[in-house]
Design a binder for this molecule. Structure first.
Ligand code: HEC
Length: 146
């Protein structure tokens, strides 16, 4: 009988000591590689935007392209870009008559008459209105027609 008990004891010890073959549940870290596209939609290049704009009037568009465009649509000489509200905001605060005077007399990097020597004051006014986006460019216009 003693042997029997010893066997039981031995068995019991073995079961607890060496029989612990419980699988160490290894949770494999499966992280979903969800590549979400960043909503970093870049705004249009301001120069590209300026280059697209033309006065509605074909005659004025031609004058503009021949003169103002070369600086105000290229950004090459740090001229305020056509249609760029941010660039023009501080200048608009001076008022139209000051801007007209800057145009005819020249202003720092801006050459007298914007190199349009045959332009009338009325044309300068139109060109300034156009470049400062005061003439209603189609982009922000709510032109719903019934
Ligand atoms: C040779 C390049 C050049 C041409 C051509 C040019 N501009 Fe400019 N213009 C400039 C620059 C540079 C400035 C910014 C001057 C500064 O503030 O330093 C400027 C500024 C101006 C301003 C703002 C002046 C102010 O008081 O802040 C007006 C208005 C303007 N231009 C109108 C025109 C018009 C209209 C034409 C076309 C008839 C024209 N420009 C052609 C270079 C040019």
């Amino acid at each position: 009988m003693l042997r029997y008990r010893l066997m039981i004891t031995a068995l019991a010890i073995c079961l607890s000591a060496c029989g612990g073959d419980a699988a160490p549940g290894a949770p494999s870290g499966t992280s979903p590689a969800g590549g979400q596209p960043q909503p970093s939609k870049k705004a249009e290049n301001p120069v590209a935007a300026a280059k697209r704009l033309r006065p509605a009037d074909p005659q004025l568009a031609q004058t503009y392209q021949r003169t103002c465009y070369n600086c105000h649509a290229t950004g090459a000489v740090n001229a305020p870009l056509t249609g760029n509200a941010e660039a023009w905001a501080p200048r608009l605060e001076k008022g139209m008559s000051t801007l007209l005077k800057s145009t005819t007399d020249g202003f720092r990097g801006m050459p007298p008459k914007g190199l349009c020597f045959d332009c009338s004051e009325a044309e300068f006014r139109e060109l300034i209105l156009f470049m400062t986006n005061q003439t209603g460019q189609p982009d922000s216009n709510n032109d719903s027609q019934d």
